[in-house]
Write a protein that binds this ligand. Structure first.
Ligand SMILES: Cc1ncc(C[n+]2csc(CCOP(=O)(O)OP(=O)(O)O)c2C)c(N)n1
Ligand SMILES: [Mg+2]
Length: 804
């Protein structure tokens, strides 16, 4: 096993690390400078936010990547430290000069490290502050889950490490994660706080470190405060040193930052002014030149390699650790410490003086070892032996075979939510490969989203077994709540951000742990919005999972107005990396779930299929919008054609005749209203068609892709929806209806130019029974008939007035 970080480096190795630290800062600074001043910059927009932010982490990242990390460790890098990250990978030959030159440009290295878009082995995508931090915590729990199930035991355990901005800690999702981590017995997780006491806008509050310390300790974390570098520690041992330490400890953040910016002479003036009366301190100060004094006063531990290396090497336990590292934003750069430096960029003149200080010749800016005092061969050899750079870091895992058909007993009347519970219950019975790999999770809505039967069969996960006392006391209860290391359900507290970040971590297990999991998360549909950014990031890093959201829409009537969801179908339509489905019937759900088990495991490159114009081989995650409304089920055989059409997004429940005047296109739980309306119209409108839309998202995506294909010359490209609507006469009107925002289906008219009236829900919060609410919002049969009547020529539809 390769060990990193546990041994202290030799003096020579330390000298090399110092050189690499300089090189990393230079390359990162040059990358940003190049993007701003040298590359042809067509949009004229400057790259802000990186230079100063990156610099504050240069030393910490040097200590980690070139010394302390091991290949099995995984790191979430603070978004604005991306140039430092790319520079380090460039030194490891995992990043190209071209991509650095194109930093933030088309297909260049990304502004914020991106797991899916960067080429240089990014572990976790960051950018939306707070999310990457929490992802490390959940990844650590997932690693424990995998090992507890007897998988990946041949591999060493990794540490999950986050490089955290101090202002990043304002994000609430971090605190939600800390609490959950405590409940779950978090281990092997390091959070390294870049305590530069600056945010984007300003200098942060005094004394925050003490709040962090108390907070992390309260949740069982070890807290290591790294404040003074080795130069300062030496100075404190000199006569007068203690006084200097007191002065620093009492110095407000703002003043410290200002003095850092002003430099040596300002430090001298201030120090002599405030504590110079005492002889020993004066001698300590006077013994140093301005430059030496500035170096001393900015020698915080976060910029002191020996202190950092020692602190990382000293860790001898697996409890979570928070390192609070004092740093200076912009350290080593001309605007170090200035409160406005977040978007600070070097001027060409400043870049020139940095170049001079770094001994970099013009034209040699990208040379790896340019200007360093150690021979390139020795540096190269050192890099070759860096523990972190050895070994495979991205794993692969074989696909788990997914059954084409999922058994389920369909009751005559059933909701999709009940169907979902029944499908999982059936899966839970068997010993299939897929059932072994399923891991379910829910933020305190396990029972109310119908996962109870599955959990009864497979148990809850915890590293330490815990029996259900109600059961051991023989008190009757529907649910057994036994925790064990073999359990397959991770119960979360009520925090939807945690749900999505956990799904993200579970959904990357194949790549991070080399062991594939089939994650299924459940929550109430409206609360997708509560965790939406985390969901977006989970998809962005290509994590794979199934989301079952239920109940949904106003159809959850008995739950009241506050839990209604309107926008979620549009989220399903728009979210990249997430295929959204809203089945009406349980046999549809069974077909979709079987597809989902396979789809979430696919990762092939490939062109769109000629059938549906979707790039299905690339796979993605799946969102199922389900409902609690009991619906009369159709008795029918599931043919391969029907199964395919359901997965592609739509099929004719009643095909339109040649003279069709009206088509009703529905999605989800409003199917009884759609069917009723078609029946009512039968006498007054000819050949009415009924289109079942199981996935507006996939229909829409296929349609867009087919149009693009035609524009590129593939004249025969036809999307699934284009084929379905191809024979519908042009005078025919389409009434669409969904318990969600009407825009979800309104685009159907644009496919072949049919007129459309799109019914749906646009307002929020009215309470009532399902009939009350459907009438109120205009998605009942009456509303469908009225819309059809207004949209299509012909005599008034008789039944219209007969309805309430
Ligand atoms: C969710 C989110 N909100 C806002 C931003 C914009 N933003 C980028 S960095 C930053 C603050 C940076 O402060 P800190 O985390 O202390 O890092 P530093 O710049 O000091 O290195 C903000 C507000 C963001 N990236 N993500
Ligand atoms: Mg900061």
């Amino acid at each position: 096993m390769i060990e990193g970080g546990t041994t202290n480096p030799s003096a020579r190795e330390l000298a090399i690390l110092h050189e690499l630290e300089k090189k990393v800062l230079w390359l990162a600074s040059w990358t940003i400078h190049h993007a701003n001043h040298l590359r042809e910059n067509l949009d004229g927009v400057k790259v802000g936010g990186h230079q100063a932010s990156s610099a504050s982490l240069a030393t910490i990242m040097t200590a980690l990547y070139f010394h302390a990390l091991r290949p099995q460790d995984r790191v979430a890098v603070k978004p604005h430290a991306s140039p430092i990250y790319h520079a380090i990978q460039y030194l490891f030959d995992r990043q190209t000069r071209q991509k650095l030159e194109d930093f933030r440009g088309y297909k260049g290295a990304q502004s914020y490290p991106s797991r899916s878009k960067d080429i240089d082995d990014v572990d976790f995508s960051t950018g939306s502050v707070g999310l990457g931090v929490a992802q490390t915590l959940f990844s650590s729990l997932v690693q424990d889950y995998v090992r507890a199930h007897g998988w990946a035991l041949e591999r060493p355990e990794g540490r999950m490490i986050a490089l955290v901005g101090d202002a990043e800690l304002d994000e609430g999702n971090i605190f939600e994660a800390i609490l959950e981590g405590w409940k779950q017995g978090l281990r092997n997780c390091w959070w390294i706080i870049d305590y530069n006491r600056q945010s984007l806008d300003a200098v942060i509050r005094e004394g925050l470190w003490a709040r962090y310390e108390a907070l992390f300790q309260a949740f069982g974390w070890d807290v290591v405060i790294l404040k003074y570098g080795s130069l300062l520690q030496q100075a404190f041992r000199e006569p007068g040193g203690e006084r200097l330490r007191q002065w620093i400890d009492n110095c407000p953040n703002q003043l410290y930052s200002a003095l850092v910016f002003q430099g040596g002479a300002a430090w001298r003036r201030r120090l002599l002014d405030e504590i110079g009366g005492q002889g020993a301190v004066t001698r300590l100060i006077e013994a140093r030149s301005d430059e030496e004094l500035a170096r001393l006063m900015t020698n915080l531990a976060g910029h002191d390699l020996p202190s950092l290396i020692e602190a990382f090497a000293k860790v001898d336990h697996e409890r979570p650790i928070c390192f609070i590292c004092y740093t200076i934003k912009g350290f080593g750069l001309p605007f170090a410490g200035h409160k406005d430096n977040h978007a600070g960029l070097m001027t060409p003149a400043q870049a020139e003086s940095l170049r001079a200080a770094m001994n970099v010749r013009s034209g040699h800016e990208w040379d790896k070892f340019e200007g360093l005092s150690i021979a390139p061969a020795e540096l190269q050899e050192f890099l070759r032996r860096v523990p972190f750079a050895a070994g495979t870091r991205r794993h692969q895992a074989a696909r788990i075979e997914a059954p084409a058909d999922l058994p389920v007993t369909i009751q005559p009347v059933m909701s999709t939510q009940t169907g979902f519970g029944a499908l999982l219950n059936e899966l839970g019975r068997g010993k299939t490969a897929i059932a072994e790999r399923i891991v379910t999770t829910s933020p305190d809505v396990t029972v109310s989203t119908n996962l109870g039967a599955w959990v009864n069969r497979r148990g809850l996960f915890a590293r330490k077994a815990l029996a259900d006392t109600f059961r051991s006391e023989r008190i009757p209860s529907t649910f057994s709540w036994d925790f064990s290391p073999r359990g397959q359900h991770i119960e979360l507290g009520i925090a939807e951000m945690n749900l999505f970040i956990l799904l993200s971590a579970l959904g990357l297990s194949h790549a991070i742990n080399g062991e594939r999991l089939i994650p299924i998360g459940t929550l109430y549909d409206p609360f997708i919005q509560r965790g939406l950014d985390a969901l977006n990031y989970a998809c962005y890093q290509d994590a794979r999972f199934i989301l079952a959201a239920t109940p949904s829409g106003i159809t959850l009537a008995p739950e009241g107005g506050a839990h209604q969801s309107i926008a979620t179908p549009l989220i399903g339509l728009a979210q990249d990396g997430l295929a959204a489905f809203e089945p009406a019937f349980v046999d549809e759900l069974a077909a979709i779930l079987a597809f989902a088990f396979d789809y979430i495991q696919r990762d092939a490159e490939g062109e769109a299929s000629e059938r549906n114009w979707l790039r299905d081989e690339t796979g993605g995650s799946v969102y199922l919008r389900l409902s609690t409304r009991p619906i009369e089920q159709i008795k029918r055989a599931m043919t391969p054609e029907l199964r395919q059409a359901i997965v592609d997004g739509a099929y004719w429940q009643r095909a339109p005749g040649p003279n069709c005047q009206v088509v009703v296109a529905y999605t989800g739980a409003v199917v009884p209203e759609a069917i009723q309306a078609v029946g009512l119209m039968a006498e007054d409108r000819r050949d009415v068609g009924l289109l079942a839309v199981t996935s507006a998202d996939r229909l829409n995506a296929g349609w867009t892709a087919a149009q693009r294909a035609r524009e590129r010359g593939l004249v025969h490209a036809r999307a699934h929806i284009e084929k379905l609507l191809g024979d519908v006469p042009s005078h025919c009107g389409i009434v669409t209806v969904i318990d969600g925002h009407p825009a979800t289906l309104a685009w159907l008219g644009a496919v072949h130019g049919h007129r459309v009236r799109a019914l749906g829900v646009e307002h929020f919060g009215q309470t009532g029974s399902i009939p009350d609410l459907y009438r109120h919002y205009g998605i009942d049969a009456n509303a469908v008939v009225a819309a059809a009547s207004a949209l299509t020529p012909g005599r008034p539809i008789r039944h219209l007035k007969a309805l309430p």
